[in-house]
Design a protein around this ligand. Structure first.
Ligand SMILES: [Mg+2]
Length: 497
């Protein structure tokens, strides 16, 4: 199994263009492994926790202020928001997980729509922070809007979604010039998204098997899953190398600089084969084998020590929740399979070195935090200023510098005091929020809901600050924790009671 130690060795080799300094400063950002959700010990079912000390130790200490119901319902709209001046609303923010929090399967959580409209009308800052991926952020907005019965151009939704691979938007242009292998559930879709992010040379496994039919001598999926392909970039070839161990690499040989697992792949066999081939290669030239592999005098027994491409995984979720009664495998399951093969190939001598995005990685929380800090459009509406949507791409580069494409954002951070993460997955949502301590001192608190993958009544693998029935109760709890006297009924206008 990979370990945080192995990860830190990875980080020490990161080029500056991928934000190495920012990444190195993070602690234990790569989990050792995913694991099954829902432990076996009994977890006491909590009652409604508002105004009480929760079973998980969170104490609500502030006396609530009364907020008129019309200010908390979407019915009041912007006029209500403009009258609200609670400090809590300007320096408190929310990060919502989506799947299992705002909807279950195809069904929106009752009251979630009204709640979102209400906090938007109040000018509160929030993002949707999901480990989902493989689709463009706008597509995720559309699917969320459909399930919640909202319009996908509502300001309460648009411009707020951060999917697992969204942080790649902020990567430096020099990185986006590199040749990357992209795979996922729909590699061609992933490539198109990557191009929209600014990547110039994205290659899919389908490109490779159509460029060299000896690379993977099975054609079961060649005309279906892998039917969409493009010529290799810059006239490169995937078949010009004949001797895997020769140091004389032809000039037209394809070299891959990075491997990006965009989301959960469908053809594990091909993808594990190709990723393996690149991780054992000489400097990422497909069809070569490094002479350093297995060299006990080198770190990691010589594996991944010869300029092979970096492996980036968009998230490590082992499971995800569908309408099927048993949780389904996610991208983390693919990584576990890859680790297993890697262990066999290296005879257990080497750890698989890779970088992970998505919750619970601090990298992703840092990205979400920066988005919230720069979100002055909504906060401005409280003070009567014009409401402005977020720019796209988001304002922060991966190395922490300002982006040259900041749209409406003036580069100013608008301080936060507290952010509430509302999630259904203790292993990602709760773990990430509990472990995240941004440098500006903002407190991140965790709220676990019962509507998703976590099974109520079991001990969560990572304890939240509070357990609530659903996302509406989560926001009610958070607002009461900020001293605002609000109920589920006033927050939703009765729409989610
Ligand atoms: Mg979820």
């Amino acid at each position: 199994m990979a370990s945080a130690g192995a990860c830190m060795r990875c980080l020490s080799r990161l080029p500056s263009g991928t934000g190495a300094a920012a990444l190195r400063s993070q602690r234990a950002w790569l989990p050792a492994t995913g694991r099954a959700l829902g432990a076996t010990t009994t977890y006491a079912r909590g009652k409604r926790l508002f105004g009480h000390t929760s079973r998980l130790g969170e104490r609500v200490v502030k006396p609530p202020k009364t907020v008129p119901a019309e200010e908390l319902t979407g019915k009041a709209g912007a006029s209500a928001a403009s009258n609200v001046s609670h400090k809590a609303f300007s320096d408190v923010a929310f990060a919502f997980d989506i799947d299992g929090v705002l909807y279950q399967g195809n069904r929106g959580i009752p009251g979630a729509r009204e709640m979102l409209r209400a906090i938007h009308a109040l000018g509160m800052r929030y993002v949707f922070l999901t480990n989902g991926g493989g689709a463009h952020e706008d597509a995720k907005v559309r699917s969320l809007a459909r399930r919640l019965g909202m319009s996908d151009d509502e300001d309460a939704l648009r411009g707020r979604v951060i999917v697992s691979h969204t942080p790649m938007r902020g990567w430096a242009d020099s990185v986006k010039e590199q040749t990357v292998l992209i795979t996922g559930s729909h590699p061609e879709t992933a490539r198109q998204i990557a191009i929209e992010y600014g990547f110039k040379r994205a290659v899919t496994p389908a490109d490779l098997i159509h460029a060299n039919d000896k690379l993977y001598p099975f054609d079961n999926l060649k005309e279906s899953l892998h039917s969409q392909f493009r010529p290799l970039p810059d006239g490169k070839s995937a078949s010009s190398i004949e001797d895997a161990y020769s140091a004389d690499v032809p000039a037209d040989a394809l070299r891959i600089d990075k491997i990006l697992v965009w989301n959960d792949p469908r053809d594990w066999s091909l993808d594990i084969q190709v990723i393996h081939d690149l991780l054992v290669s000489h400097r990422g030239y497909l069809g070569t084998v490094s002479s350093k592999n297995g060299d006990a005098t080198l770190p990691n027994y010589g594996w991944q020590q010869d300029g092979q491409p970096e492996l980036w995984i968009s998230n490590l979720d082992l499971f995800w929740k569908t309408d099927y009664p048993v949780n389904r495998f996610g991208t983390g399951a693919f990584v576990e399979a890859l680790r297993g093969v890697w262990s066999a190939v290296t005879e257990g001598a080497a750890e698989l070195q890779f970088h992970a995005l998505g919750k619970p990685s601090e990298y992703t929380y840092e990205y979400a935090h920066e988005r919230l800090l720069h979100d002055y459009g909504d906060a401005g509406s409280v003070n009567g200023a014009q409401l402005q949507p977020w720019p796209s791409p988001p304002p922060q580069q991966q190395d922490g510098s300002s982006s040259s494409n900041e749209g409406n954002v003036d580069g100013t951070r608008h301080p936060l005091r507290r952010v509430y993460m509302i999630g259904d997955n203790p292993e990602s949502d709760i773990r990430g929020a509990n472990g995240f301590a941004p440098a500006d001192g903002t407190e991140w608190k965790s709220i676990l809901v019962k509507t998703g993958v976590w099974r109520a009544g079991t001990e969560p693998s990572h304890r939240p600050d509070v357990v609530v029935d659903d996302v509406v109760d989560g926001i009610v709890w958070a607002l009461r924790n900020e001293g605002v006297d609000v109920t589920r009924e006033t927050l939703t206008g009765g729409g989610g009671a």
